[in-house]
Design a protein around this ligand. Structure first.
Ligand code: FE2
Length: 290
């Protein structure tokens, strides 16, 4: 147990091309990895946007080690950016997460056969390019109940005091139906901005920024859940999947003990004209002991 909890990292992962293209977001993920390694972080617990399960609860990836991880192909990344990346999947960490969720009354099953998806390994590759600490992923639940996903974050929050990093990988303004796809399809250019973002995208981006940087503690959880009822939510999120990890992060960073925490947005990048990949960090890294 440590006195200072690890910060909670909310990654808006954007398109698949974010894997190989340089951006302020990628540089921020890289910096998170450096900070984590400098403190010998002992594990990373993700919630990703791309793995949802039906039924009442969630699943937790427990692939038995690096050799048991199958990764899905990634669209649009040019072959010169391909790297062999081994995922340090940890069944032990998965079991710790399962215990916390079960103790909180949340149904949670281990899944040793998860096919890992770019929402997680894109971020992992930036954070820990050589090798990552032990890692596991919590699925979302396909009903996308805001209270459940916030409660999942709250349930794993104690891991922040055990030198484990909690990361949500989803999106803040992420509506694939509204993106401009022509430049990525024709020219593999994900950052082309031939027109300014539309007003709904700018407005919801600002709402998210306010919610996450001007609130802390339980107010942060309430603000994150409230955004799902915002009149522009459905414009910014054609589906709920990329918002679930946002709620998860608010749950992990929104306890009474988090009141007054410094919550910041260290990086942001727009893609496909209408998709805003805002990054958030809730809490600060503890000073490194000399
Ligand atoms: Fe995604």
């Amino acid at each position: 147990m440590t006195k200072s909890p690890t910060p909670v990292i909310l990654c808006s992962h954007g398109s698949t091309m974010m894997l190989g293209e340089d951006s302020s977001a990628g540089r921020y993920w890289e910096a998170v990895g450096r900070e984590a390694m400098a403190r010998n972080v002992e594990g990373v617990v993700f919630m990703g946007a791309h793995w949802e399960v039906s039924g009442a609860g969630v699943e937790i990836s427990s692939n038995p080690g690096r050799d048991a991880v199958v990764k899905q192909p990634v669209a649009w990344v040019t072959p010169d950016k391909y790297v062999d990346y081994e995922i340090n999947s940890s069944p032990e960490l998965a079991e710790r997460v399962q215990t916390l969720l079960t103790d909180a009354g949340i149904e949670a099953k281990l899944n040793p056969k998860l096919e890992w998806i770019h929402d997680v390994f894109l971020v992992l590759n930036w954070m820990f390019p050589k090798s990552s600490p032990p890692v596991t992923v919590i699925s979302t639940n396909a009903y996308y109940d805001p209270y459940l996903h916030t409660a999942i974050g709250a349930a794993v929050r104690p891991l922040r005091y055990q030198n484990i990093l909690i990361v949500g990988t989803g999106g803040t303004v992420h509506n694939l139906y509204r993106n401009a796809w022509d430049n990525i399809i024709l020219h593999r250019d994900n950052f082309a901005q031939t027109r300014p973002p539309q007003q709904w995208a700018l407005d919801f981006r600002n709402e998210t920024l306010d919610a996450f940087t001007k609130n802390s503690g339980p107010a942060l959880r309430r603000a994150a859940m409230r955004l799902m009822r915002h009149p522009l939510f459905r414009d910014a999120h054609g589906t709920d999947d990329h918002y679930a990890p946002v709620l998860f992060c608010a749950g992990a960073a929104g306890d009474q003990d988090d009141v007054g925490t410094k919550n910041t947005s260290p990086a942001e990048v727009w893609e496909l004209e209408q998709m805003c990949n805002t990054q958030f960090q809730m809490g600060e890294w503890a000073p490194i002991k000399a």
